[in-house]
Design a protein around this ligand. Structure first.
Ligand SMILES: C[S@@+](CC[C@H](N)C(=O)[O-])C[C@H]1O[C@@H](n2cnc3c(N)ncnc32)[C@H](O)[C@@H]1O
Length: 508
């Protein structure tokens, strides 16, 4: 006989066990060891002392065989914040916990009768099941049957609680689901030493410049490519221009160079603020993106080239901007206790040259970003400035991301500052949000709501750009209920702004 109450499922995902009550949707995560201890504890006897707190919790949630059975009618249905309501269908639009996709989860539609829609709406987090059924005009037995579908591990759309939810509860914003696997990646993105090598990816792997930053990777500049209250109603490129210009960094008498302009949105917004003719040169490793930029930025020059060997004359550049590019440049594994060759030998030589103590043991080093810095030191004109942004930290070891279709590696900005100073430049690192004077309390559409809308639009053959939407800027072809709005410090459609740093380099 099971140790647990009827309707309790033991789910195992990625080495983590979850006890799930299918009638309430309440659940408790456990390690396999703890589960073993619970299974060894004989029903009817007191639990061993170190198991007592967990035993109390399991009992409170009616999960044990000897627990009091659930009285569903008296419990309070609390809706998952992931689920959207499509009143026109009418249907719930919900993520499928069992199906992971590169973008999150598969989403599915659960068509509702008018009575069930009314019940779903009546579940306001404080009414009991019985009260919600009365409000919706649905017989209690029908309400209970519907809720049973929503509390199952396969739906995870409702939790039945003893008390109303009084504050944000993370368990209503996530699914108990298998871990997301690494994104599938084409071959050829690593060299013989394991260093990242994205030349081929950028040259021919980017095939749709118009949607690349919605569907395959989203940058901060792209998410804020539309006016946003966090930036005082400006677009990212406009705000960047204003801050750089405010600090006296924008010179009109020498070329402005943008390295890796992506889809050109940042540059186009930047140029809209320059207010006069200027020599703007775009350098990019992707022919497809250069084409996309050309469409957005007529009258600018372009060169297919690489950041680590800039096709520019010495001391010729007044301002160089490179937003979210350096994590794409080669990162190289190096271990000071082993003989180094190839790119690792280049890392070793530079660690010595710039007097950077190596990390004890194997680590990744941002060699490509260092080479770019050396090039910047060569091409900046006297009084010139380079501005770079990327995700990373002042002293965190570089780490590779796994969620994209190509490897990007976070930046150790402390190393960049040491190298820039050794190259005779002034260097300053600030959190990107501070640099842009961004209001982190401003609202944006939560990432899970964005994922749901994007999946729905895709199901209809439509495209939803990956933007930091506000209630004012989100335009949808149909009504939807249940969208969540969160501050910029929480995940939205794009990357987390708070993960990014800005590096300003000046040649005196
Ligand atoms: C993550 S995207 C950033 C795009 C844009 N700056 C933005 O913030 O939205 C990286 C950009 O850098 C370009 N890029 C990557 N490696 C490069 C390299 N070695 N030299 C020049 N451009 C490169 C890519 O083609 C792309 O335009």
């Amino acid at each position: 006989m099971s140790r647990f109450a009827p309707d309790v499922h033991v789910l195992t995902t990625a080495g983590q066990v979850t006890l799930w009550h299918a009638r309430t949707g309440r659940h408790v995560p456990l390690s396999e060891e703890l589960l073993g201890e619970v299974l060894r504890w004989t029903p009817g006897l007191l639990p061993p002392p170190d198991l007592a707190p967990l035993a109390r919790r399991l009992d409170e949630l009616h999960l044990l065989r000897e627990s009091v059975p659930v009285n569903v009618g008296a419990l309070i249905p609390c809706r998952s914040r992931l689920v959207l309501t499509l009143p026109d269908v009418p249907a719930l639009w919900m993520p499928d916990p069992a199906v992971r996709t590169p973008g999150g989860h598969a989403w599915r539609e659960l068509v509702l009768t008018p009575g069930r829609l009314a019940l779903w709406r009546a579940c306001n987090g404080s009414r009991t099941v019985a009260q919600a059924a009365t409000t919706a005009g649905l017989p209690l037995v029908d309400a209970v049957e519907f809720l049973r579908e929503l509390t199952s591990p396969g739906a995870q759309a409702i939790q039945l609680r003893e008390r109303p939810v009084t504050r944000r509860d993370p368990s209503l914003e996530r699914l108990v689901a298998p871990a997301r696997g690494a994104a599938p990646r084409p071959a050829g993105q690593y060299g013989a030493l394991g260093e990242t090598t994205l030349g081929a990816y950028h040259h021919s792997g980017i095939t749709d410049g118009a949607t690349h930053f919605d569907d395959r990777e989203t940058t901060i500049a792209h998410a804020f490519g539309v006016p946003h209250p966090a930036l005082g109603g400006q677009r990212y490129g406009e705000r960047l221009f204003d801050v750089l210009d405010g600090r006296g960094y924008v010179r009109r008498d020498a070329p402005i160079v943008e390295v890796g302009p992506g889809d050109g949105e940042l540059g186009a917004a930047f140029l809209s603020r320059v207010g006069g003719p200027v020599d703007y040169l775009r350098i990019d490793a992707s022919p497809e993106l250069l084409r996309t930029q050309r469409g957005r930025m007529p009258g600018t020059r372009e060169i297919l080239g690489t950041a680590t060997s800039l096709p520019l004359a010495d001391r010729s550049v007044g301002l160089l901007v490179s937003n979210e590019v350096i994590a794409d440049l080669s990162a190289v594994p190096y271990d000071p206790s082993r003989a180094a060759d190839g790119a690792a030998a280049e890392v070793e030589a530079r660690l010595r040259r710039y007097r950077i103590p190596p990390h004890e043991g194997p680590a990744l080093y941002n060699l490509g970003a260092w080479l770019f810095l050396e090039e910047i030191a060569r091409v900046l004109a006297p009084g010139g400035v380079a501005w770079l942004s990327e995700f990373g930290g002042l002293d965190e070891l570089p780490e590779e991301t796994t969620q994209l279709d190509h490897p990007e590696v976070s930046i150790h900005f402390g190393h960049l500052v040491v190298i820039a100073r050794a190259l005779g430049l002034r260097a300053r690192v600030e959190p990107l949000a501070d640099f842009l004077r961004a209001d982190l309390g401003a609202q944006q559409l939560a990432r899970h709501s964005y994922e749901g809308l994007r999946a729905r639009m895709r199901a209809e053959g439509r495209h939803l750009a990956a933007r930091a939407y506000t209630p004012e800027s989100l335009a949808l072809p149909w009504p939807v209920e249940g969208l969540q709005w969160v501050p910029l410090s929480d995940p939205g459609a794009g990357p987390l702004l708070t993960r990014f740093m800005a590096l300003t380099i000046e040649r005196e």
